[in-house]
Design a protein around this ligand. Structure first.
Ligand SMILES: Cc1cc2nc3c(=O)[nH]c(=O)nc-3n(C[C@H](O)[C@H](O)[C@H](O)COP(=O)(O)OP(=O)(O)OC[C@H]3O[C@@H](n4cnc5c(N)ncnc54)[C@H](O)[C@@H]3O)c2cc1C
Length: 556
């Protein structure tokens, strides 16, 4: 009998690959972004036998590159998309209160006003509607008006010569990559077989019916035929090419739109709140991120490599220009610590429409028996999207399946989190670490806190930070491979931690040490460790080149 555990360790991967070879699944999920992970959790918690295959790492596609907001999308009100806003706001309240309070945190935004009467009435009405649409759960405070006088205390970096006041409202934020990985771990806890570095190469067909998929284990090269009654593809921006290679006619198209962000130090902007600025095409967010700010995003058509969208100098210039419309002192390029870019999977039946007008809502397609696909939507609504996809897939199972129960299902680390918060001082004393580090760990791992620090009880060096100035501990790099399914230096620096965009050197200085810490658990040879470091260095170089190349082009 398989022992169910949320631990995604190297030995759990060996067992999972064996299971892919030998077992017959109800549901096979292709893609380990937030939607694939959400589908695996939804299906496993209904009692179904589930497998998930991800070709790279959890959230390595769009789900680690979003603005990291769990929100209704204030601007969708202007498009009268009340259904989308209401659904997303209800999900936001659910995540903050029940599903994952350790990971999803309230965050306030200021909407600056430049005019005293008409704009104030219009925006005020929108804010009231936004607050009302959330339904009965009211975890976050109501919006409030901020006068120009108050503004100089709340957000001294805003240009008071231009801004006459504002509205402060609440949304929530999340470390998207961690959250997605934690959903995958929760799915494993309820019995799902989860593997990364396993790519779907083809579907297994019997006439029109799909009966599973051909998978390649990218670490060993082994080809495995995985049998499943229903295969659900949640491949985000990879949807179109996969439909084509499977020879299945799609019911929709997925268009790619690139969004870039920059990261600047906390002292670059003096404000106690995030800021949302209306731009010609969309909005720009200035989002608090620990002791830093994430500023973005852009919205440009994209047709290049899906695996590694890069922020260009043009993207950075646009973001700086938009932010500097309202900031004083202005942000400078030299203050940028890091950048990241992601691709929005926008669903459309008309490939010629401009991306900004495409729907953010999702589509579920059931083109042939045994095969369901889902794409579009927002990170915030992953749970309802997952439920929709599973509801369609179970029609191929020919048996009664329980309804989704994820509305009350806590993500691993949530149970007991609030008790540990109350004991933060005691924990700091017990482990000999600062309260700040205790809070950092609780807000990333929740009640799994003790599990993360267990090896440090024998090896005190693991309590040291990986990089001076950032709170990530060496113990967290180790835990990333023993429990969180990390398989490379990139997994640890880009997604289990966010050192990639939080450290000025993108973590290059610590890459070798990370390889040493994780290599021992992964059983790496020296060559394998060096290769993983080189891969990471190459990735950082490509991003830096993208920023520099446009620099030389624009200098010509
Ligand atoms: C710039 C930007 C900002 C955003 N901001 C927000 C926000 O603040 N709030 C919000 O709610 N939403 C936001 N979004 C939207 C949100 O991020 C996406 O809707 C969501 O992450 C999509 O998740 P997904 O699982 O569908 O796709 P992905 O995360 O891309 O997952 C697809 C996965 O499929 C895998 N895959 C592909 N082909 C195969 C194969 N053959 N075999 C196995 N695996 C395969 C990929 O490796 C990938 O991991 C933003 C998006 C962008 C781009």
């Amino acid at each position: 009998m398989r022992v169910l555990s949320s631990e995604l360790s190297p030995s759990a991967r060996i067992d999972a690959i064996k299971s892919l070879r030998e077992d017959h699944f109800d549901i096979l999920v292709i893609g380990g972004g937030v939607n694939g992970a959400g589908i695996a959790l939804d299906a496993a918690s209904r009692g179904l036998k589930v497998a998930l295959v991800e070709m790279a790492d959890f959230a390595s596609g769009t789900s680690s590159r979003s603005s990291k907001l769990i929100h209704g999308g204030l601007r969708y009100l202007e498009q009268y998309d009340f259904k989308l806003v209401r659904e997303a706001l209800q999900e936001r309240e659910l995540m903050v209160t029940t599903l994952c309070p350790h990971l999803v945190k309230p965050v306030s935004f200021l909407y600056p006003l430049q005019e005293k009467f008409k704009e104030r009435t219009y925006v005020g009405a929108g804010m009231a509607l936004y607050d009302a649409l959330r339904g009965f759960k009211r975890a976050l405070p109501w919006h409030k008006h901020i006068s120009q006088r108050e503004l100089s205390e709340v957000a001294p970096s805003l240009r008071l010569d231009l801004i006459t006041g504002g509205y402060q409202y609440f949304d929530a934020q999340v470390d998207d990559a961690r959250h997605t990985m934690m959903i995958a771990r929760t799915a494993a806890k309820y019995g799902a077989v989860i593997t990364t570095r396993t790519a779907c190469k083809d579907l297994i067909k019997n006439g029109r019916r799909v009966e599973g998929a051909v998978i390649e284990d990218l670490e060993s090269g082994e080809i495995i035929e995985v049998k499943a009654k229903s295969t659900i593809m949640a491949a985000g921006v990879w949807t179109d090419p996969l439909y084509e290679s499977f020879g299945v006619k799609p019911g929709y198209r997925v268009r790619m739109s690139k969004g870039a962000h920059i990261v600047v130090p906390g002292e670059a902007i003096k404000s106690n709140t995030g800021v949302i600025i209306k731009t010609d095409l969309s909005v720009l967010f200035i989002i608090p991120w620990g002791n830093k700010w994430i500023v973005g995003t852009t919205d440009t058509d994209y047709e290049e490599d899906r695996s590694s969208p890069l922020a260009t100098r043009e993207d950075v210039n646009y973001i700086l220009a938009q932010a500097n419309r309202v900031l004083e002192p202005k942000l400078e390029r030299s203050q940028v610590i890091g950048v990241f870019a992601g691709l929005r999977p926008l669903v459309s039946s008309d490939p010629d429409s401009p991306t900004t007008e495409l729907s953010r809502e999702h589509v579920v397609d059931h083109p042939v028996p045994g095969f369901v696909t889902i794409a579009g939507g927002k990170y915030t609504t992953y749970r309802v999207m997952s439920e929709d996809a599973v509801d369609v897939a179970i029609t191929d199972l020919m048996r009664i399946v329980p309804e989704s129960c994820t509305e009350t299902l806590a993500i691993v680390g949530a149970d007991g989190y609030s008790v540990l918060l109350n004991k933060a001082d005691e924990l700091a004393k017990d482990y000999g670490i600062s309260k700040e580090i205790v809070m950092h760990l609780l807000n990333r791992h929740g009640a799994l806190f003790a599990e993360v620090l267990e090896p440090a009880l024998k090896n005190n060096a693991l309590l040291k930070p990986l990089i001076p100035g950032l709170s990530y501990l060496k113990a967290e790099a180790l835990y990333a491979v023993t429990h969180e399914g990390a398989r490379s230096v990139d997994d640890v620096l880009s997604r289990r931690t966010r050192i990639n965009f939080e450290a000025k050197d993108q973590g290059l200085g610590v890459a070798k040490e990370v390889a040493e810490i994780i290599g021992e658990v992964l059983g790496w040879s020296e060559t394998q460790a060096n290769d993983s470091v080189k891969d990471y260095e190459e990735q950082v170089r490509a991003q830096n080149d993208a920023l520099a190349q446009t620099l030389s082009k624009s200098a010509k």
